[in-house]
Design a binder for this molecule. Structure first.
Ligand SMILES: Cc1cc2nc3c(=O)[nH]c(=O)nc-3n(C[C@H](O)[C@H](O)[C@H](O)COP(=O)(O)OP(=O)(O)OC[C@H]3O[C@@H](n4cnc5c(N)ncnc54)[C@H](O)[C@@H]3O)c2cc1C
Length: 469
């Protein structure tokens, strides 16, 4: 753990870098910084140990104000505590697909990212090593120069059956341990509060994240950035009812896609796309029955289906990514056949819409939510239609749930690119037009991909830290 300061102590210094937030984006940015800087990490939440979290179940979930004019229920899941959502994430760690970075060039949809899969690949690898990601060798559906740090978890009986039918089924890469210093995953299916601390979290990795010169200020909310003469010169902080200013030569926001946008708006950063385009992938759980299906895999989410992910269909609607579960949440009732059921999740890509946005409301903020883009809904519908055709004979896709209220992957509120007129942030995650100000995290994603975002958030943050001189 970094040395923790009081507000008075933190105020008394001029910092080289101030970072808001203490989760993936903040910590991997810190890792990338050149050595020797004085860095203050300011975290709004408090430090709850792993033991305290699992014994009390308390997580400090944000109550997110929203005006939802869509016909569907919607939720946003953000926790305010040291380590942010790393405490409760499920630690699925896929890379994005190379095509995800080039959606406009390939399919005429959305925007291209200002960098490619190849640009990010070395940073993906570094983050995978830092998180002890498991997934197998170099042979993978997505290009890899090196093997995953650890071998893939044991597949379930269902995964073996699917894999024998099609080579588009792969092991889900995860940071739920299958080798390395943390306890081996026990596949209990309650990963959001992993009782044995097996998955990667910021809290269980502080020692490896060590940075000489980094200090921590907890229970202090960064309200706004002080901007003078086009340069970030510090932050305004609220802590225990006290308002204070802390000065620094540079500021990085790692408070997630929602709160980064709120802080930037409150700081007077004036950009027509700031807060605009908030989005999340959309998903449905589906059920498949049949002989030969079954559990006994090495972790909770074991398989990944890419057959419907990429291809010309993405010009018309989203593709779908499939995840297979080892957690026996939906058992059959027939004697002797309890395990012959596969629970799968199918996930579609959303597109940013101008009418989904975060705006300030007085001292506070609100999300104006008009709904997921039709591109995502059409993709889910198409995925359902295709599903039976990609299953082996004898397996019967029969049931599905309502779309989930949230994939818990908020994105797109300060998208990045090279054009200051259209993009809030540049390719190195610096806010256009404000020197010394970085906006990290999935707020920068121009398009959402179908895959879980956190490995990409972390790789981008690490890369941005490396650009700092
Ligand atoms: C239940 C659950 C399961 C998930 N599973 C997966 C998964 O398997 N794979 C995956 O890729 N992703 C998963 N995610 C998403 C993942 O958790 C996020 O993508 C990731 O945590 C985002 O990291 P971040 O650094 O941007 O911000 P966060 O993790 O959201 O952290 C933001 C931090 O900033 C702090 N903060 C907020 N406002 C301020 C402020 N004003 N001043 C100072 N500090 C502030 C917060 O307290 C928090 O510590 C899951 C999320 C949830 C909720």
């Amino acid at each position: 753990m970094f040395p923790t300061l009081t507000l008075t102590e933190a105020k008394g210094r001029q910092w080289d870098m101030i970072i808001a937030g203490s989760s993936f984006s903040a910590m991997f940015f810190l890792q990338g910084l050149p050595k020797g800087l004085s860095v203050l990490v300011i975290e709004k939440g408090r430090h709850m140990t792993h033991e305290e979290q699992i014994t009390t179940g308390f997580r400090n979930l944000e109550d997110v104000p929203m005006v939802n004019t869509s016909p569907h229920q919607k939720e946003w899941v953000l926790h305010t505590l040291l380590g942010g959502n790393s405490n409760c994430w499920w630690a699925c760690t896929p890379r994005f697909h190379p095509s995800d970075f080039r959606m406009q060039s390939l399919y005429g949809v959305g925007e291209d990212w200002p960098l490619t899969y190849d640009d990010l690949a070395p940073f993906y690898q570094e983050v995978e090593e830092a998180m002890d990601v498991n997934g197998g060798g170099s042979d993978h559906v997505l290009p890899r120069d090196k093997p995953f740090p650890y071998p893939a978890h044991l597949p379930t009986r269902s995964d073996k059956l699917l894999r024998a039918h099609s080579d588009m089924w792969w092991a889900q890469p995860t940071a739920r341990a299958n080798g390395g210093p943390r306890a081996q995953c026990c596949a209990n299916g309650i990963c959001d509060e992993c009782p044995i601390d097996s998955k990667y979290t910021v809290l269980n990795s502080f020692d490896r994240l060590a940075y000489d010169g980094a200090h921590l200020l907890t229970e202090a909310e960064v309200r706004a950035i002080r901007i003078e003469g086009g340069r970030a010169t510090g932050v305004q902080v609220r802590s225990d009812g006290t308002e204070a200013e802390i000065t620094g030569s540079a500021v990085a926001l790692g408070a997630n896609a929602l709160f980064n946008a709120v802080i930037l708006l409150r700081s007077g950063v004036d950009h027509p796309k700031l807060g605009v385009g908030i989005n999340e992938q959309v998903a449905q759980n589906v059920l498949v029955d049949g002989p030969g299906l079954g559990y006994f895999g090495g972790t909770s989410v074991t398989g990944h289906g890419y057959a419907l992910y990429d291809g010309p269909h993405r010009a018309e609607h989203s593709g779908v990514l499939m995840e297979t579960y080892n957690a026996p949440m939906e058992l059959r009732r027939e004697p002797g056949r309890w395990g012959e059921r596969l629970r799968m999740k199918i996930i579609a890509e959303d597109l940013p819409r101008d009418d989904n946005r975060v705006v300030l409301r007085g001292d506070d903020y609100v999300i104006e939510w008009a709904g997921h883009d039709d591109y995502a809904w059409r993709g889910l519908e198409w995925g359902m239609e295709q599903l039976q055709s990609i299953l082996p004979d004898g397996l019967d896709f029969w049931g599905f749930t309502e779309p989930v209220k949230t994939e818990k992957h908020v994105m797109g509120t300060h998208r990045f690119g090279t054009d200051p007129a259209r993009h809030v942030v540049d390719p190195d995650l610096r806010v256009h037009g404000v020197a010394g100000l970085f906006a990290l995290g999935s707020g920068v994603f121009p398009t959402s991909s179908l895959a879980n975002p956190t490995l990409t958030i972390s790789a981008l943050a690490l890369r941005a830290g490396r650009q700092v001189e």
